[in-house]
Design a protein around this ligand. Structure first.
Ligand code: SF4
Ligand code: SF4
Length: 214
């Protein structure tokens, strides 16, 4: 039996993607391993995919073109290491300067700076928010788990960046409603114990899933 099973409408009684954690010791790396095949699983309808075909590969509406990505702390460190950049240079070259000066670590968008020829150039190191995004319906518990992980990870990056003076607390003037919503989520999560799990972890396999399960 796998540590985590993905379940869906094909199982009966479900309207969207859900999951079942079989092993109480499962970690975030285990979840990512189970989640990865969903992008190209034809049983999972992608609302914005080509003719709802169920596969992301070759999708003309590629969500990376418009994605709003604030990375989680683990991905931030992995991407900087992959690019052989220190954190300051990584932020200067790859993050939206207008958002950074307002205290938000949003990667350069429209399209995402890492998208080339419709392919993600940092794919093995991409953020949790990128790994989990599907334009598909999800069951409430599953969606909540994904949100908790992604926002705790992003809040951990915010805490790490402030502590290491990579960004300064920004003023809210000039922020869009989207920016304010994401900033609010980060503020909501930064005081939770979930953030500490990201701050002390070196990789996703160091982060247990259990505290994120409601
Ligand atoms: S998740 Fe993104 S890439 Fe996949 S079908 Fe939806 S819009 Fe296209
Ligand atoms: S990092 Fe990669 S997966 Fe994430 S939005 Fe950018 S191109 Fe897409």
């Amino acid at each position: 039996m796998s540590k985590i099973d993905i379940i869906g409408p094909w199982s009966g009684g479900q309207t969207g993607v859900g999951l079942r954690v079989n092993d109480p010791e499962a970690d975030v790396a285990d979840l990512l391993e189970s989640w990865q095949p969903l992008c190209d699983d034809p049983r999972i309808i992608k609302k914005y995919g080509d003719q709802e075909s169920g596969v992301c590969k070759g999708c003309v509406n590629n969500c990376c073109s418009t994605a709003y990505v604030i990375p989680d702390l683990i991905a931030f460190k992995k991407m900087a290491a992959f690019l052989k950049l220190d954190y300051q240079d990584f932020i200067a070259g790859y993050f939206d300067p207008e958002k950074v000066k307002r205290g938000i670590l949003r990667m350069r968008p429209d399209p995402c700076i890492f998208l080339q020829d419709n392919i993600c150039t940092v794919y093995p190191h991409r953020s949790l928010i990128c790994r989990f995004y599907l334009c598909s319906d999800m069951e409430g518990d599953c969606e909540q788990l994904i949100y908790s992980l992604a926002w705790a990870g992003s809040a951990a990056l915010q805490v790490f960046a402030e502590k290491n003076q990579l960004i300064l607390p920004g003023k809210e003037a000039g922020l869009s409603s989207f920016d304010l919503m994401f900033k609010g989520l980060i503020e909501e999560y930064r005081h939770t114990p979930l953030v500490k799990l990201f701050l002390v972890a070196e990789d996703y396999s160091d982060i247990p899933l259990k505290p994120f399960l409601s």
